[in-house]
Design a protein around this ligand. Structure first.
Ligand SMILES: N[C@@H](CCC[C@H](N)C(=O)O)C(=O)O
Length: 261
């Protein structure tokens, strides 16, 4: 079967998108997703998304990690899906789509950035190492560091991700350095890719909230990643709770193609 695909990236976090609307009924086995995401034997991507129809929503987002398994929410992926919807002719001032963690609002700014509303966060755990553990749609471990560029993200990320507590479900691991007031640099080890990616939207969100955790003065954090810049806006509504969380950043079409599966 010939599959038409679209490649998008959001700050270097790259995705294969397949338009599965209008009763196309495309269903992919996990090994097929893994092969499509493979950078040598396939198209190459950190993840793959199906855009499905969903009553009452602009679309439904079905997300797979590069290892072929379905996973939890992908922030950069969600932003790319909105840009894809726009490029496919769905031009709106506000989008509403469904994902595994529930409904998401989104909007496209005049500069092309896609703003995505993330789910509320009601709990932030502080680990025995004074690191942060929270769920922003996907589970994240946030480790503040002083020297983010010198960190061996893959080695240390793997140690935490495969720690006894997290091994079964997995966790994404973010290393975060504060650069300035309201500005952080984040590098992420992503579960399901099992490697460092150039950016992770739910990880950037988790890092920004952790950064604000001890400081009520912030409700906007500029975030740099190896793949580019994003911003996170939020309201801190309690000691460990956040609402109106928006992840904002670029999302770009890369190429379209056909592949035999
Ligand atoms: N890249 C993503 C996160 C994708 C899911 C993650 N790999 C997981 O399994 O939790 C993002 O931009 O949020």
């Amino acid at each position: 079967m010939k599959l038409t695909f679209y490649k998008y990236q959001g700050t270097g976090n790259d995705f294969i998108i397949i338009d599965n609307r209008n009763d196309k009924n495309i269903s992919l086995a996990n090994h097929q997703v893994k092969q499509l995401c493979d950078r040598r034997f396939g198209i190459g991507a950190d993840g793959l998304m199906l855009m499905n129809d969903k009553e009452g929503f602009d679309f439904d987002m079905q997300y797979y990690n590069a290892d072929g398994n379905t996973s939890t929410m992908c922030g950069n992926g969600g932003r790319c899906m909105v840009k894809f919807a726009y490029n496919m002719g769905l031009s709106k001032t506000e989008y509403l789509f469904n994902a595994i963690d529930g409904p998401h609002k989104a909007a496209i700014e005049n500069n092309g950035w896609v703003d995505l509303k993330m789910k509320d966060v009601n709990a932030v755990e502080i680990s025995m190492f004074s690191d942060y553990i929270l769920d922003t749609g996907s589970p994240h471990y946030v480790k503040p560091v002083n020297n983010v560029m010198d960190i061996d993200v893959v080695k240390l990320g793997r140690e935490i991700r495969y720690n006894k507590r997290f091994a079964d479900e997995g966790i994404n691991v973010n290393f975060v350095e504060q650069e300035d007031e309201g500005k952080v640099y984040v590098r992420t080890y992503e579960r399901g890719v099992e490697d460092e990616t150039l950016s992770c939207g739910t990880g950037v969100t988790a890092s920004a909230l952790s950064f604000a955790h001890n400081d009520n003065g912030f409700n906007h954090v500029n975030v740099k990643t190896p793949g580019g810049n994003l911003a996170v806006d939020f309201d801190k509504t309690g000691e460990t709770s956040f609402e109106n969380i928006w992840l904002c950043g670029p999302a770009t079409f890369v190429f379209k193609g056909e592949i035999e599966i």
